[in-house]
Design a protein around this ligand. Structure first.
Ligand SMILES: [Zn+2]
Length: 411
């Protein structure tokens, strides 16, 4: 155990105390009291390290380590500190405290970067509160429109605009505070893998080459609400068996070979009225489909929509189909990917080139800024759960690799 190990554990355990569900994992909804506490802890750590701290109108925090020539395009690193319901201690946090410690390592080694190195904490990476992920990086890349401020609401019906205003922010400015690609030359995000590929292969480092993009589809199927006892089977218009067919279809389409890399999930099902003795009048479900291959993903979604139409027509039901997000998969920057590989070799860390099944701020940022990701293993592949765990041993390797990479690309 050295100081770096101890500091990493201290940061992670301290941040984990900012949760609205103590004893049941980390729950840190964006713009909640816990989120503010976590962000203020990071700001304080940034200042201790001598970084200039700024916060923008959507709540992104930037800690700036000034380089020798502030005119040169900056290099960014970082991730997020918001957490889903009953999540873990590591998702996002590893990239934020990892960036902090990577900068500390470089400072202690007497490194003076040519350009600014910016540690970014992106607001609301998790879609938990507003149903849309990566709000902070979306704002920076111009992917939030005026109407989204009113359209995106939380469970209490409060719009993004209202929540920002009650946090003392100016929502209108969110639309104008975009990143200037001429001023940022690179973004590198350190993150836990959230899957079990690295662990199964016994490899400490993943270097991401592509990020799969999710499409979230909201499907509503309407039938006729009737008495479960007195309505004969042949007179029913029951949306539930149709929903069951759709759920099985999602599984089948994603294992049928249309795409070798797609995954599909029905994670939410809402039955109305939801009583054991009533044939439902309406069933709502979400379908989450992800793939690193956009063409294959689109083909799959088209196939699914066609089949939903067939199922509902056969059962005489009406339906509505709404695609909420249809982001494009991201390809990571080839040049920096090569530098990261070289640095891993220099440090003697075995690595694996791999796609990311989960999306991250790097996926959004990559539209404007060349972006890359470094993964460290997740124990048993578990994430978004209280059991989420990555050993400090691996996190420190990720930080050392990030530090050396930052050093090389800012030299
Ligand atoms: Zn994350």
């Amino acid at each position: 155990m050295n100081f770096l190990h101890l500091r990493v554990e201290e940061h992670i355990n301290h941040l984990a105390t900012f949760t609205s569900t103590p004893g049941h994992g980390v729950t840190r909804l964006v713009y909640s009291e816990e989120d503010r506490q976590a962000k203020s802890y990071i700001k304080q750590e940034m200042r201790k390290l001598g970084l200039d701290v700024e916060e923008d109108e959507i709540g992104n925090i930037m800690g700036i380590w000034h380089g020798k020539n502030p005119e040169l395009p900056q290099v960014w690193t970082g991730s997020h500190v918001d957490a889903p319901l009953h999540g873990g201690k590591y998702d996002g946090v590893v990239g934020v405290i990892g960036g902090l410690e990577a900068i500390r390592i470089l400072k202690e080694r007497g490194v003076q970067p040519k350009c600014d190195v910016v540690l970014a904490v992106f607001s609301s990476e998790e879609p938990t509160r507003f149903g849309v992920g990566c709000l902070g990086s979306r704002a920076l890349t111009g992917m939030i429109r005026e109407e989204d401020l009113d359209r995106w609401c939380d469970d209490h019906g409060q719009s993004l605009r209202q929540v920002l205003e009650s946090n003392g922010k100016q929502p209108e400015k969110v639309l104008r505070q975009q990143i200037n690609p001429a001023k940022v030359k690179q973004f590198i995000e350190l993150h836990i893998e959230q899957g079990d590929v690295l662990e199964n292969k016994g490899i400490p480092i993943g270097i991401v080459d592509r990020i799969a993009a999710p499409s979230e589809i909201q499907l509503t199927i309407w039938g006729e609400q009737r008495h479960a006892g007195s309505t004969p089977m042949d007179l029913r218009k029951d949306p539930m068996p149709a929903a069951a067919e759709v759920i099985l279809l999602v599984e089948r389409l994603n294992t049928s070979g249309i795409s070798s890399s797609s995954v599909g999930t029905v994670g939410k099902l809402h039955v109305t009225p939801g009583a054991s003795n009533v044939i439902p009048g309406m069933v709502e479900l979400t379908v989450d489909i992800r793939d690193v291959d956009k063409a294959k993903k689109d083909e799959l979604i088209m196939e699914l929509e066609k089949s939903v139409n067939d199922i509902c027509e056969r059962r005489d039901l009406s339906w509505k189909w709404k695609i909420n997000g249809n982001d494009s998969p991201a390809v990571m920057d080839v040049e920096t990917l090569h530098v990261i590989k070289q640095c891993a070799k220099e440090l003697n860390y075995p690595y694996l080139l791999m796609p990311s099944g989960a999306y991250h701020d790097a996926m959004i940022l990559s539209r404007k800024v060349p972006s890359n990701m470094i993964f460290v293993p997740s124990q048993d592949g578990i994430s978004h759960a209280p059991e989420e765990f990555t050993s400090t041993f691996y996190i420190v390797k990720g930080i050392e690799l990030l530090a050396l990479t930052l050093q090389k690309i800012t030299a």
